[in-house]
Design a binder for this molecule. Structure first.
Ligand code: AQP
Length: 338
């Protein structure tokens, strides 16, 4: 069976609808066809400052959400990144293969660093940003390459990082002999980018909380956010991402949550208004998320059991990661430790 690897940050605690529709839904589905490795990437989380207590809690909350959404720990290896030290070890190797200019071109770094230093200027502001935020995509490359993944289910915002991963794998293979598989992004076109409800031209992102629907917030709050989503001044419900970005985003979300096509939704809402669409979507979301929240609460009720599941996942992941790292180290010319 082909392999799949993906990770998600525990930083926000709750995942949002963009994470779910862009990536996590595919994580669940790919378990049917792939040998899956899924991790909560706590090493990535510390690229920005974290309160230790909050990080510990959010890591468990993230794992609980993955289980509640349908990741089956008997079929897939579900683990916490820091439990598998090979991630950090291979990341160092990959950093030594990465050009400074190449890393500087990563648009997510540019966006995130700009957000963190908004208001500042020049060298003073870049000095405040951790080097980890800059090298983040290189750690991500190591995450993927350790498992010889064929596919990486992610949202569109991660495409550039996947390209870097492929370039680094290719570079290593050329220099030291074929060691890593070149992974392919697995991006589902329809939901590749879910947009912010308050600004439907920007991606839904935890860094801009106003227009984000969180899986763990009170569904009444989510329904309210959906009802007050920004739409245009027209009346007609049609799918037209260029001219009607807000309505189109709602249709995509509605379609993904119900399995109904956008065309059939448009036909059904013929003659109805934006208010009807928003109210119904609020209900659809509530119906989807209510049982998920109940399952999350159950998993969090027994953290000892949850930790055991994660330890088991890490053990399985480590068996694969250690083998890849040993091969890479040997190719590089490091002496075997015995
Ligand atoms: N709006 C989105 N639409 C589709 N997919 C999305 N993803 C994130 N936002 C959207 C996908 O979710 C997965 C997990 O991403 P992450 O752990 O890297 O989280 P993130 O990218 O930090 O999430 P945010 O909200 O986008 O955070 P910031 O604001 O920090 O950038 C990834 O596969 C991602 O593609």
């Amino acid at each position: 069976r082909p392999r799949v690897l993906s990770g998600i940050q525990p930083t926000a605690g709750s995942f949002h609808l963009g994470n779910y529709l862009g990536a996590l839904r595919q994580w669940v589905a790919l378990q049917e066809t792939h040998e899956a490795f899924y991790c909560v990437v706590d090493l990535h989380a510390i690229t920005v400052e974290q309160d230790p207590k909050v990080l510990r809690r959010n890591t468990r909350v993230s794992a609980a959400q993955l289980l509640a959404l349908g990741i089956d720990p008997d079929r897939s290896s579900l683990f916490v990144q820091s439990h598998v030290p090979e991630h950090a070890q291979l990341a160092w190797v990959m950093q030594c293969l990465t050009g400074f200019g190449e890393a500087s071109r990563m648009t997510q770094f540019k966006d995130k660093s700009a957000r963190q230093t908004a208001g500042g200027a020049g060298d003073q502001t870049t000095a405040a940003i951790g080097v980890g935020l800059f090298t983040y995509p290189i750690l991500q490359a190591a995450d993927i390459l350790l498992y010889q993944a064929h596919h990486v289910p992610v949202g569109e915002d991660q495409r550039q990082h996947l390209e870097l991963t492929r370039d680094l794998a290719q570079r290593f293979n050329t220099r030291y002999g074929k060691t890593f598989r070149l992974p392919e992004p697995y991006i589902v076109k329809d939901t590749a980018k879910i947009y912010d409800l308050q600004d439907p031209t920007s991606k839904m992102s935890k860094s801009v909380p106003a227009g984000v629907v969180e899986l763990l917030e009170d569904p009444k709050r989510s329904a309210k956010k959906i009802r007050s989503a920004v739409t245009d001044t027209g009346r007609e419900i049609v799918y037209d991402p260029e001219r009607k970005a807000g309505v189109s985003n709602l249709l995509v979300i509605y379609s993904a949550l119900t399995g109904r096509t956008v065309e059939s939704l448009v036909a059904d809402y013929d003659g109805k208004g934006y208010g009807d669409l928003k109210k119904d979507l609020g209900e659809v979301f509530t119906e989807f998320v209510t049982p998920v929240q109940a399952r999350v609460a159950e998993y969090l009720d027994d953290t000892a059991e949850l930790d055991k599941v994660l330890a088991r996942g890490a053990e399985r992941a480590r068996a694969v990661a250690a083998k890849t790292l040993a091969r890479a180290y040997d190719r590089i010319g490091f002496l075997s430790s015995g």
